[in-house]
Design a protein around this ligand. Sequence first.
Ligand code: ADP
Ligand code: TRP
Length: 324
Amino acid sequence: MQRILTGIQSTGIPHLGNLLGSIHPALALAKKSPHPALFFIADLHTLTTQHHPQKIKHFTYATAAAWLAAGFDTQKDHLYRQSHIPQVCELTWYLTCFTPYPMLSNAHAFKDKAKQLSHVTAGLFTYPILMAADILLYHATHIPVGKDQQQHIEITRDIARTFNHQYGPLLTIPQAQIKQNVAIIPGTDGRKMSKSYHNTINIFDPEPTLAKTIMQIKTDSTPLNQPKNPDTCPLFNLFQLLATPTDAQQMRTNYLTPGYGYQAAKKELLHLILTTFSEQRKTFTHYMQAPHLLEKILQASEAKVTPIAMKTLSTLRKAIGIRP
Ligand code: ADP
Ligand code: TRP
């Protein structure tokens, strides 16, 4: 059975990179599947870098509201908090005992994050094992993620294979689903859009804040009266991702036309974002003002996924030899 699963940390309000790189492709994939998809808020992963209780609470709701705004199907699919299914921690321990230490110390995401921090916790180091448990606990088959998560899925596959080698084919080997055209959405400085680079475009921000962000997108210094190169410009790249092919072609022509400036292109991008996400922005605000509705949706899903987690663990405990 095809089981689609993905998670997003509650480290902030989901940004355009999260939406285009992860949430939208995940929802599109789920729509095509007759089976319920599993989407979750990786609040235990959030703890590796965020220790402020109020922020964790707020961003957990904001992440849930973003999934709902993006079109999450409350009738078919599940949206839950990772921490509310504590079985994931037990599985993490079993998998930890099958994970070679060098595999973790060589992980790109760990090395990148560790470089930016003054002290590095064991939680950050074992982050990929918790992620493997997120996936393997539910026998997930298809994992829609951005390209930065590819190595984590490879690690998950390796751990599952090692475990299966010992106990037989108990864990399902998952596959990453990476959409190439949205694999790396650029941020306002042209690097990968990421909360850790402070270069995000937050489509759920109030309009004046969003406008300010768009106006800050970095462009080169080609003078107004000269043609500009759309193919090396993050601003054009962002426009193209959201526009119809005809509008993207028109923007390409504008770039090649002397006299068309980056200021005008930025205004068009802002307009495009506001129209594209108009309904999503309203739905997001609606849910953020009604946390009891979010609680209801999350709790209903948590009740549905718990039995799946319990079943997996019951099989694994027996196989390992710690239950008769
Ligand atoms: P951030 O880097 O901002 O902390 P997360 O690590 O929370 O983002 O990412 C959540 C999901 O969104 C992951 O599947 C990730 O691959 C995807 N994602 C994040 N940023 C981008 C981006 N710039 N382009 C494409 N996908 C992205
Ligand atoms: N590590 C992922 C990220 O930062 C979030 C995540 C946690 C995840 N567990 C997962 C993604 C399981 C897919 C499947 O984006």
